[in-house]
Design a protein around this ligand. Structure first.
Ligand code: NAD
Length: 431
């Protein structure tokens, strides 16, 4: 009972098996094996219904049913993406994630390294003629298979490529941080609006199931009002010879790169906008990497409801990417909240005379695939993304206030935004 009260949607998520009647496999030509062995039962073959394959629950009542098989669209019906930039995120996460997408497929690459691009195109079934260099990027306008571009370049290049993509009349998914300033972010939003193309910022955590469950639980009010959010995103960095240490390419240090997850999660959890921020930066002495950008930053956000978020981000502290919410009637901890994997969720609340501490386990899903599929659905159905350009503009405004506070040593006020979720589009669909 306790489980149901606190997790109605999770219960929905895991109770996905069908108890419907199954039809037998069609015709003898489909039969496998010898006559000596019994044929498959309908429980084993499943059935086709509503354009997808379903199986009945084969597990006992005590266990949660397995997730249904994915139902991807045929490749020709998926939204075609050009992946712009073939660095680590593209090769390690995004292109593999397309393999788990149901509504999107990669159809073109843009890279400054022809040899790498040719190899990657072959690995992912992308036509050699759909490989572009940065100089001939504008030719993507002529490729009708490309409906959207995914910009995965250093932050300082996002603006130019979003503007060029809009000019080519392609929808845009842009990596975070959206830009290197509020002014650039606004320009990008205006350019996409003027061209009539969708713009989404790749805030993957707003599509990741555990983060979404924390948001749902907080907003359900079951645990009362939020008093504190503690968000930490730290990691250590190697060589100075990378764009993340160049202000013109990165826009800043730990804050826009990883501290942004703390800021964006606090805003998304509450649906409110901070009215005051206070921040401190610390940099190691004599480390050439931190001549242009900050190493460590701690910032506080005060929200109109009275909730306070304490956030910490660093390029000089061992990896830790956790989110904790302290509410009137309980707490929620999400370990590895901002990591690619390994999320562990626990929540505590009073249960009669005892303190109940529960672990929550959700089915594994690739957050990058969920995010890309959401953009594809928005393109196909002409909808506003859940994290449109306005969501990125707002984060840049708050980050600029955070930097001002760190510079002056004083709190900085921000305008009150009365509407909830003012910068977000509708919730993403399930599945
Ligand atoms: P990366 O350094 O691994 O790749 C950057 C790519 O851009 C490289 O292929 C590089 O050759 C190319 N490039 C083109 N012009 C360049 C220039 N002038 N200087 C440097 N590189 C240039 O970076 P990455 O980690 O893949 O990050 C790319 C973007 O993705 C950034 O905006 C970053 O913030 C974002 N990112 C997001 C996540 C996430 O979880 N959503 C994770 C990592 C990175």
């Amino acid at each position: 009972m306790r489980f149901d009260r606190f997790h109605p949607t999770r219960r929905g998520l895991i109770l996905t098996g069908s108890a419907g009647l199954l039809t037998a496999a069609a015709g003898p030509s489909f039969a496998a094996g010898s006559n000596a062995l019994p044929g498959p039962s309908p429980v084993d073959t499943g059935k086709v219904e509503g354009g997808r394959v379903t199986f009945p629950n084969w597990r006992g009542e005590a266990d949660r049913p397995s997730a249904p098989p994915p139902a991807p669209l045929p490749p020709a019906e998926r939204v075609g993406f050009a992946v712009v930039g073939l660095g680590r995120l593209s090769l390690e996460e995004i292109l593999p994630a397309f393999g788990e997408c149901k509504r999107a497929r990669p159809v073109a690459l843009v890279s400054g390294s022809p040899e790498k691009a040719r190899l990657v195109a072959a690995q992912h079934g992308i036509k050699p003629e759909a490989v572009y260099g940065y100089a001939d990027f504008d030719r993507i306008a002529e490729n009708r298979e490309i409906q959207a571009v995914y910009i995965i370049l250093p932050n300082g290049l996002h603006r130019d490529y979003v503007l060029r993509a809009a000019k080519a009349r392609k929808h845009v998914l842009c990596e975070k941080p959206m830009a290197t300033s509020t002014a650039e972010a606004r320009e990008m939003t205006a350019a996409c609006d003027a061209a009539g193309v969708r713009l989404m910022v790749a805030y993957r955590c707003q599509y990741e199931p555990y983060n979404r469950e924390v948001i749902r639980l907080v907003r359900s009010g079951e645990l009362g009002a939020v008093r504190f959010i503690e968000a930490t995103n730290t990691q250590t960095m190697g060589t100075a010879d990378q764009w993340r240490f160049r202000k013109a390419l990165a826009g800043g240090g730990a804050l826009p790169d990883i501290g942004l997850y703390c800021l964006n999660s606090a805003r998304a959890l509450l649906g409110e906008e901070p009215v005051e921020v206070f921040a401190r930066i610390t940099n190691p002495k004599d480390d050439p990497r931190y001549r242009e950008v900050e190493e460590s930053i701690s910032f506080m956000l005060r929200f109109p409801s009275g909730a306070i978020a304490n956030c910490a981000s660093s390029y000089g502290a061992h990896e830790s990417k956790d989110l904790r919410v302290r509410l009137e009637k309980g707490w929620i901890d999400l370990e590895n909240a901002f990591a690619y994997e390994g999320q562990q969720m626990r929540l505590a609340h009073r249960e009669g005379k005892t303190e109940a501490v529960e672990s929550v386990r959700l089915s594994r899903e690739n957050q990058f695939a969920l995010e890309i599929d959401h953009m594809a659905a928005c393109v196909a159905q002409g909808r506003t993304p859940h994290t449109p350009g306005s969501e990125g503009v707002q984060d840049h405004q708050v980050m600029e206030a955070i930097y001002r506070s760190a510079e002056t040593g004083a709190p900085v006020s921000l305008p009150t935004v009365a509407a909830r979720d003012a910068t977000r589009g509708p919730e993403p669909d399930k599945g």
